[in-house]
Design a protein around this ligand. Structure first.
Ligand code: ZN
Length: 342
C-alpha cells in the first residue's frame, strides 16, 4: 500500500478498497484526539480520489498527488479555524471560538462547482468539533445530498458532534497507536533508540505529535525545561504557583492558548505518572527519564491527594475550553498544588 501512513491500517484498507470498488462515501468524518494523523489521512483520501496513475492507492508522485500535498490543487478545498482567522490580528484570532456559518456557506458555494481538472471535488473541513450550532445545521442538507461530483471530509478532534451530522457521514475513529509502533517509526526515521523510546512514551500514541517534534529539535529541550520549572514550583510552594498561573493567564489572553494547554498536559502527565508509581503500576509511565523524581513524589504524597490533583488539572483545561476566566481557573489550580508530607 502506498498511503505512507503509520498505523491506522484498518482505516487505510477500508478506504482503499471502497475507492477502488467505487463504493466510497460522499461524506466522511475522521475523528480522534489531536496529533494522530487525521489531517494526513484526509489528504490521502483526496489524493486517492484524484491520483492520475493509480486511483485508490495514491502514487504520491503524479501531478495531482503533488499538488494536493502542497495545497494548490484547484479541486481540493480546505476550511479550518486557521483559515477563518487568516488576516485577523492575534487577539482577534484568539477570540474566534467557532467555525461560523459564513465559513460553511463559502465552503458550500465551492462544493457546487464541477471539478476543473480532477475526478472529484474534495472539500475538507478541519476543526469540525467547533462548528457553531447554526453552522452545523446549515451543513446538514449538503451532507445529506452532496453534489455527485463532490466528497466531503470533516476532520474533528472529537466525535462529539451533532448526532445529525455524525449519522450522515461514514465515521473513521482514529485511536492512539501502541507505544512500540511509534518508537519503531521514529527509529526508522533515524532517531536513536533511547530518544525514540522517550518520545514514544511522551506521545501517548500520537504519532503526528511525535513526528512534529522531530522537525523542532528544540522542542525536546523545551519540554524538559518546562517540566523542571513545574517541579521547582512544586518545591517552592504556592507563591511560585500563583506567579506561574499569572504568567500562563497572560499568555492565554494574548492568543497563546495552545501553549497553556501544553503546560497543563505536561503537568497532568507528570502527576499521572506519580499516580501510576504510587499505585504500583509503573508500566504506563510517560516520563521514563525521571524515575527517581517520580518515585520521590510518589512517596511524599498520599494517593488520594495525587488523584485529586490529576483530576483538577483536567477540570482546569475543561474550564478554559468552556471560556472560563484564565486567571481564576489557573490560580485556583495553583492553590490546590499538593503539599508534600516530608
Ligand atoms: Zn498520484
Amino acid at each position: 500500500m502506498n498511503w505512507d501512513i503509520i498505523g491506522h491500517r484498518w482505516a487505510v484498507e477500508q478506504l482503499r478498497a471502497s475507492i477502488q470498488a467505487g463504493s466510497d462515501a460522499h461524506a466522511y468524518l475522521i475523528g480522534g484526539p489531536p496529533g494522530l494523523g487525521k489531517a494526513l489521512l484526509a489528504l490521502r483520501i483526496a489524493q486517492a480520489l484524484n491520483c492520475e496513475s493509480s486511483p485508490g492507492d495514491p502514487c504520491l508522485s503524479c501531478r495531482a498527488c503533488r499538488r494536493i500535498a502542497h495545497g494548490n490543487h484547484p479541486d481540493v478545498r480546505l476550511a479550518s479555524m486557521e483559515r477563518q482567522a487568516a488576516g485577523l490580528k492575534a487577539e482577534e484570532a484568539a477570540r474566534q471560538k467557532e467555525l461560523k456559518i459564513a465559513t460553511v456557506r463559502e465552503w458550500q458555494r465551492d462544493i457546487a462547482l464541477r471539478p476543473y481538472e480532477g475526478r472529484r471535488r474534495v472539500l475538507l473541513l478541519h476543526d469540525a468539533e467547533r462548528l457553531s450550532e447554526e453552522a452545523a445545521n446549515a451543513m446538514l442538507k449538503t451532507l445529506e445530498e452532496p453534489p455527485p461530483h463532490a466528497t466531503l471530509i470533516l476532520v474533528a478532534n472529537s466525535t462529539d458532534l451533532l448526532p445529525t451530522i455524525v449519522s450522515r457521514c461514514r465515521v473513521l475513529r482514529l485511536r492512539p497507536l501502541p507505544r512500540q509502533q511509534v518508537a519503531e517509526a521514529l527509529i526508522a526515521r533515524g532517531v536513536a533508540a533511547a530518544d525514540a523510546a522517550l518520545l514514544a512514551a511522551w506521545s501517548g500514541g500520537r504519532i503526528g505529535w511525535a513526528l512534529a517534534l522531530l522537525d523542532d529539535p528544540e522542542a525536546l529541550a523545551r519540554r524538559s525545561a518546562q517540566l523542571t520549572d513545574l517541579l521547582a514550583i512544586h518545591a517552592e510552594g504556592r507563591g511560585a504557583g500563583m506567579r506561574w498561573a499569572e504568567q500562563r493567564a497572560k499568555e492565554y489572553r494574548g492568543g497563546e492558548q495552545e501553549t497553556v494547554f501544553a503546560w497543563l498536559e505536561l503537568w497532568q502527565g507528570w502527576w499521572r505518572d506519580v499516580l501510576l508509581i504510587a499505585a504500583g503500576s509503573p508500566e504506563g509511565v510517560v516520563n521514563i527519564d525521571r524515575h527517581t523524581e517520580l518515585q520521590q513524589a510518589a512517596r511524599r504524597h498520599p494517593l488520594p491527594q495525587i488523584f485529586d490533583f490529576v483530576s483538577r488539572i483536567g477540570q482546569a483545561a475543561q474550564q478554559l475550553r468552556e471560556n472560563g476566566n484564565p486567571q481564576l481557573v489557573l490560580e485556583n489550580l495553583a492553590l490546590h498544588l499538593p503539599r508534600a508530607a516530608m
